[in-house]
Design a protein around this ligand. Structure first.
Ligand code: FAD
Length: 361
């Protein structure tokens, strides 16, 4: 296994719980330091994704599995619910389309609300209409990864930190010779190889000499910044405007500690740079005031940024997750995951099960 983010750990968890011997190579000194530590920590309902897509399937299935896992492992979460709002009358057809898609995807208990009903739930909200998705929530994603790592260890799996994957060659009798770097570089034999390397998935695939380079999807960095609110959180529930092209829109979240955050936005960038430009706040004020007119000037402070491992560029349609096995690249005993952007955290346990299934576990 390459990569100990939420998805790599979930895959390793699925494999080790089915009796497979697993070693996870992680180049950082700790797990979960990549995309999995720079996101919204939202448990998504699974509303938006096209019928039949991996995102639709794994988000709904992954969410159900995730709540069960969090309960079993006493990891903190708040199933606070989410309001998808139509700020203006003109936005109502868009949220009606989301309602239809959500029902098609099997999302439980999602219902339309009038403006008055929405304001009864969240008095500071301004909207023409809304949807409520009671199954959406926020969670302690680090606690989740810690629980996964603990169970992988208990099942005999190995998490090798500070151990970069350098490349692999197919072995004559099947499986892979894997080159690992770090303080004690080593070569190891693996029956099967899974790449869950987030923003470096393409680089990891390219380091496998036999991988057909033309079949490695192009990576685009989709940066999103957050601003936090100075002052008390105005809403208990998540609040999302209708999605923008390529992302879910500048939404509101109250984290488990009670801090209010807004974001992420979306900008395609060329380098992995996590700076938050304070100038982006002006757009945030305008977007947020469409559903929260009470936002005061000067109340937004730069927070943090994350980068989505996108498989599309600006203005292009957003593709599905990619789980590329031998039917795509022609190499036995190899699965490579690409483009695991949102809702990757929510989907992680379902992705883990799917990869394990494809590897015959
Ligand atoms: C701004 C933003 C907001 C998001 N919000 C949400 C949300 O609210 N809900 C949700 O469900 N999803 C959300 N997502 C998506 C979610 O965060 C990701 O899908 C998920 O974290 C991806 O996990 P991963 O394990 O694939 O990648 P990562 O967490 O990046 O893990 C990959 C790991 O591979 C390691 N690695 C890379 N190359 C090598 C190598 N050569 N050798 C060894 N190790 C290597 C890295 O160090 C890293 O630890 C969001 C994403 C972003 C960017």
């Amino acid at each position: 296994m390459v990569g100990a983010g939420a998805v790599g750990l979930a895959v390793a968890h699925a494999l080790s719980s089915k009796g497979r011997a697993v070693a996870v190579l992680e180049k950082q000194p700790a797990f979960g330091q990549g995309i999995s530590s720079r996101n919204s920590e939202v448990i998504h309902g699974g509303l938006y994704y096209p019928t039949g897509s991996l995102k639709a399937r794994f988000c709904v299935e992954g969410r159900r599995r995730l709540y069960r896992f969090l309960d079993e492992h006493k990891v903190a979460y708040d199933r606070c619910g989410k309001l998808v709002v139509a700020p203006d009358e003109a936005d109502i057809p868009r949220i009606e389309a989301i309602l239809a898609q959500a029902r098609e995807n099997g999302v439980e208990r999602i219902e339309p609300l009038s403006a008055a009903q929405a304001r009864t739930l969240e008095p500071e909200l301004a909207c023409a209409a809304a949807l409520i998705s009671p199954e959406s929530g926020v969670f302690d994603s680090h606690g989740y990864m810690l629980a996964l790592a603990g169970e992988i260890g208990e099942a005999g799996g190995v998490l090798a930190l500070r151990t970069p994957f350098l490349g692999a060659e197919p072995l004559a009798g099947g499986g892979w010779r894997v080159r690992a770097g770090g303080e004690e570089p080593a070569e190891l034999a693996a029956g099967q190889l899974v790449i869950c390397a987030g923003l470096e998935a393409q680089a990891a695939a390219a380091a496998i000499g036999a991988y057909p380079k033309a079949l490695i999807p192009r990576l685009h960095y989709g940066k999103g910044v957050y601003f936090r609110l100075a002052g008390p959180a105005p809403f208990r529930r998540l609040v999302y405007p209708p999605p923008i092209q390529g992302a879910l829109g500048t939404h509101y979240r109250r984290d488990l500690g009670g801090q209010a955050h807004f974001g992420p936005d979306l900008a395609f960038v060329e380098t992995e740079d996590y700076a938050v430009d304070p100038a982006r706040a002006s757009r945030f004020y305008a977007d947020i005031r469409r559903y929260w007119p009470g936002l005061k000037d000067g109340a937004l402070e730069p927070d943090y940024a994350g980068i989505r491992p996108k498989l599309h560029g600006s203005g292009e349609p957003q593709p599905d997750f990619r789980i590329d096995g031998p039917e795509v690249h022609g190499l036995a005993d190899l699965v490579a995951l690409f483009g695991i952007e949102s809702p990757g955290l929510t989907s992680s346990l379902a992705l883990g099960e799917e990869v394990a299934r494809r590897l015959g576990a």
